[in-house]
Structure formats: structure tokens, C-alpha cells
Write a protein that binds this ligand. Structure first.
Ligand code: SAH
Ligand code: SF4
Ligand code: F3S
Length: 485
């Protein structure tokens, strides 16, 4: 991607002031950072290395690809053994408390590593950094961290690295919010054949348990032209499958100068020649339109999979969650979707133990799971997030009650999903081959349109290709198959 970037960067005159407009300003800082990195590399007699660890969702995974793109552009090379890397970056998540605990735990270990290796740099970014208490704690108890930035200024990574090289102190740059979207920065894909594509940033829904709107800011949609151009470039570079990313893709386009619906955007993306599969995440049930169902039904490229988080089956709890739909409305939506696209796979997210959840409320959740019969469901124990309305609600549920409900739900979800998953046994389906099998190198692993994994005999040459595979045996959540010539 951005093939001319090397040339642009080589020609930048660092004796001049940094430009004010983006992305030119960042190109300038990439050139400048490159000088610092190569000077250090010369001193050490080897290349400098980095290791980026990503916590959280697809959005963060995509952001990490942007970080890696910049790091490689300025001359760092990847090192998978974190303790050996010259620059360690944690792209953090704060959606549940345990995500935060993992980061603090690993930081504790890094302190020791950095003592032995003082020139090592540690950078922290992502959603956790948008919480003022976190930054205070880091300033007080984790002084060895070099660079802290947030979700809104990630595009400034090169500039921040330069600031760190030029000062001996901890560099902190956190913005409360932004309305800016910077295009045309480098990014390095994890997979050659598939890629996430941001279509919007932020969230305006303020579900009462959720911290995302506070750490990702207000909803803003990318211009359709920029999205299409990015996908065209990706396709020219070998990508066959894309995942359109947003916290609520169904409200895409509302704040554009010329408003456009998500369904309309999908139709534009569908036209891109060479692109074979389109996925998207996440759909909020309250905004899922009939237009979208129609477009999915008629599309040749949109995958037969819909992630439709329900969160709870109790209308009373859904209201307290600020989800703007009832159990009945959700079930009606599912009915419409299944009627239009019978072989669609539905997956969901469920929270157990929201404040005030009674046994009756929980049984409503069990009931909706039984009615919808999800292909799979991510189940979460409610986690209290400071600053959200739910954190201040009375009747927080006791731990042992929640754990008991969680176990019952998980068992139900797994039993159903094993049954739902096995219905495709004996059919032949298109599979995008993603990798060699982790445990058996004579097998490859690929994904069906409905997102289910299948393992079958094959070689690495198949990676990135779409092939026909007969699904011979279902093993609960995945298949064993055989390629059909
Ligand atoms: N925007 C997406 C979800 C992003 S967060 C959507 O609306 O569907 C992913 C999932 O984390 C959510 O669907 C929810 O189930 C879960 N989650 C969010 N906040 C949580 C909290 N405080 N405790 C437990 N789970 C939570
Ligand atoms: Fe959180 Fe709700 Fe926004 Fe999803 S839609 S990110 S759950 S506030
Ligand atoms: Fe976590 Fe931020 Fe995603 S809080 S779930 S990484 S948007």
C-alpha cells in the first residue's frame, strides 16, 4: 500500500519546519524518526526491534496494524520475543476490568526487564489510556514507561516517537475527543489476504454498562470515497476478504455531509472487482434496517454471518441497559433475518449479572438463547466501569450468584451451538484458507462464509485462496473436511 510513501519520505527536507496539514506533517515526522532510529542502529551495530501487543477488539487490532506500519516505515523490525525488543507497545482495552489487570500485570514484569536493558522503550496506547485515573496511576507507580497516548491521536505516533527521542522524560499526549480522521498513513497487515477496514470511529449509544463511548469519543463516519479507495488498494495488494469495522455499523453515514446508509455503502463495496468476501462488525439491533436485510439477501459477497449482540433477554434489563429494544422486538428482527436469509449464522454477546438482574430476568436470557439458537455467543460477566451510569446503580449482584448464572448460560450456549454448527455436515462449501493448522502441519485451516472454521488436508500454497471443501465431520465448533477438486 501507499507505494510512493518511501519516495515521498526520502525527499522530505528536515531543515524545514514541520508542515501543519496532515498527513504531510506525519510524513515529515516519519522521516525525522527514521534518522534517529538509523543513528541508534548504527551505534548498536544492529537493527532496532519492536513488539506490539494488542488487547481488546478488532478496532484495536486494526489500530495496531497502523502502529506497525509506522514502526516499519521508520526502520524498526518486528521481534516476537517481547523481552528482546527495543520498543514494546501495549495497545490496551478497558471494556472489562480484567483487561486492565492484565496490562498492569505485564507492566510489572517489564519493569524488571527494563532494569537489565535500560535503552528499551515502553509505549502504552489504546482505550485504557483515555481514562484519567489510569494515567495518574501510571505517572505515579510506573515511571519507567516512556510514551503514553490515547485513541484519538494514534495517527501522531511518528511525531510522538520523535518527541520521546528528543526528551528524556515520559511523554504523555491524551486528547479528550476529536472530530478528525487522518487518511493515507501507512499500515502493515497481519494477513496478506484479509483486512479490517474502519468505516467509522467512536460510539454515541451510551449503553449504560459500557465505557467505549467515553474512551473512543463521538461517532464519526469515514467518507465513502476514502473507504472505497482503501479497499481498492487492498484488493490490488492481494486482499480477498474485508471486515468493515465500527462499534455500530448500522448507524454509518448519519453525520456525513451527504448522508448515506450502511446498506448503501455495502452496495458500493460490493461493486469492487476482485473483492470476494465482505464481513462487518458490529450491528446494533436497534438500527438494523430492512434495507440492510434486503441488501444482504441479494449480495453475492456479503458473508452469511451476522453478529447481533443481544446483551440480555429481559426487556426490563434491556431498558436499564439503554439498548432501545425489547426482547420481542429483538426476536421479531431475528425472525425477519432468518426468513430472508435462511442459512445465515447468528452470533451474539451476552452480559450476565447486570445490576438488578433477578433470577426471572436471567431466565429470560436463557429463553432468548433457546429461541434464537445462536451459532455461537460470547458470554461476559458484568464488569463495573467507573463513570458509566450502571456503575452507580444499586443492587450490584453478588459474585457467586453471577458465577452460577454464567455457568448455566455457558452450558446452554455451548450445547445449542454444537447442534446448530453440525447442520452443515455433508455439504460442500466455499472456504477461504487462512493458515496452516496449528497442531498438524498436514492440514490447513479455513473459514466458511458463516465464519465457522474447517480443517482439511492441504499445503501452504492454498493460503489466501477460496476453495470448495466438503464438510465431513463436525467437532462441536469446527469441521474436518476434504477439498473438492
Ligand atoms: N459495539 C459493540 C460492542 C463493543 S464491546 C456492540 O454494541 O455490540 C463488546 C462486548 O463487550 C459488548 O457487546 C458487551 O457484551 C461486552 N461489554 C461491554 N461492556 C461491558 C461491561 N461493563 N461488562 C461486561 N461486558 C461488557
Ligand atoms: Fe458500548 Fe453500546 Fe456503543 Fe456497543 S453500542 S460500544 S455496547 S455503548
Ligand atoms: Fe476494548 Fe476499546 Fe475495543 S475498550 S473492546 S479495545 S473499543
Amino acid at each position: 500500500m501507499l507505494k510512493d510513501l518511501d519516495k515521498i519520505i526520502k525527499e522530505i527536507d528536515l531543515n524545514k519546519e514541520a508542515p501543519v496539514v496532515e498527513p504531510d506533517r506525519q510524513y515529515y515526522y516519519i522521516a525525522k524518526a527514521k534518522k534517529y532510529v538509523s543513528a541508534q542502529a548504527e551505534k548498536l551495530g544492529r537493527q532496532l526491534t519492536f513488539c506490539v501487543t494488542t488487547f481488546g477488539c478488532q478496532m484495536n487490532a486494526r489500530d495496531s496494524e497502523k502502529l506497525v506500519g509506522i514502526l516499519e516505515q521508520i526502520g524498526y523490525v518486528e521481534e516476537t520475543d517481547e523481552e528482546k525488543a527495543d520498543f514494546i507497545i501495549y495497545n490496551t482495552c478497558t471494556v472489562r476490568e480484567n483487561a486492565n489487570m492484565r496490562v498492569y500485570g505485564r507492566l510489572g514484569q517489564l519493569k524488571r526487564v527494563k532494569k537489565e536493558n535500560p535503552h528499551m522503550m515502553i509505549g502504552l496506547c489504546g482505550c485504557m489510556m483515555q481514562e484519567p485515573e489510569v494515567v495518574e496511576k501510571l505517572k505515579k507507580s510506573y515511571r519507567f514507561v516512556d510514551l503514553i497516548f490515547g485513541t484519538h491521536n494514534i495517527y501522531k505516533f511518528a511525531e510522538l516517537i520523535v518527541t520521546r527521542f528528543e526528551s528524556e522524560r515520559m511523554v504523555i499526549d491524551i486528547w479528550k475527543d476529536t472530530d478528525k480522521i487522518v487518511e493515507d498513513l501507512p499500515s502493515e497487515r497481519k494477513f496478506t489476504f484479509k483486512s479490517g477496514v474502519n468505516i467509522m470511529f467512536g460510539c454515541n449509544n451510551f449503553c449504560s454498562y459500557c465505557i467505549v463511548p467515553y474512551v473512543r469519543g463521538r461517532e464519526r463516519s469515514r467518507n465513502p470515497k476514502d473507504i472505497i479507495r482503501e479497499i481498492e488498494r487492498l484488493v490490488a495488494d492481494g486482499v480477498v476478504e474485508i471486515m468493515l469495522l465500527g462499534q455500530n455499523v448500522n448507524s454509518y453515514g448519519k453525520n456525513l455531509e451527504t448522508p448515506m446508509t450502511f446498506a448503501q455503502l455495502l452496495q458500493e463495496v460490493e461493486k469492487i472487482e476482485g473483492l470476494q468476501r465482505i464481513r462487518f462488525m458490529t450491528s446494533h439491533p436497534k438500527d438494523l434496517s430492512d434495507e440492510l436485510i434486503e441488501v444482504m439477501k441479494n449480495s453475492k459477497k456479503i458473508c452469511k454471518h451476522l453478529h447481533l449482540p443481544v446483551q440480555s433477554g429481559s426487556s426490563r434489563i434491556l431498558q436499564k441497559m439503554n439498548r432501545h429494544y425489547t426482547k420481542e422486538q429483538y426476536l421479531e428482527l431475528v425472525r425477519k433475518i432468518k426468513e430472508a436469509i435462511p442459512d445465515i449464522s447468528l452470533t451474539t454477546d451476552i452480559i450476565v449479572g447486570f445490576p438488578g438482574e433477578t433470577e426471572e430476568d436471567f431466565l429470560e436470557t436463557m429463553d432468548i438463547v433457546k429461541q434464537v439458537r445462536y451459532d455461537s455467543a460470547f458470554t461476559f460477566i458484568y464488569s463495573k466501569r467507573t463513570g458509566t451510569p450502571a456503575a452507580a446503580m444499586e443492587e450490584q449482584i453478588e459474585e457467586d450468584v453471577v458465577k452460577n448464572r454464567f455457568d448455566r448460560l455457558l452450558k446452554e450456549v455451548q450445547e445449542i451451538s454444537a447442534k446448530v454448527c453440525s447442520v452443515h455436515t455433508g455439504t460442500t462449501q466455499e472456504v477461504l484458507v487462512e493458515s496452516l493448522n496449528d497442531h498438524d502441519a498436514s492440514l490447513v485451516t479455513g473459514r466458511l462464509s458463516n465464519n465457522i472454521l474447517v480443517h482439511f488436508p492441504g499445503t501452504s500454497e492454498l493460503i489466501g485462496k477460496i476453495v470448495d471443501v466438503k464438510l465431513e465431520e463436525c467437532k462441536g465448533f469446527y469441521y474436518i473436511g476434504k477439498m473438492v477438486e
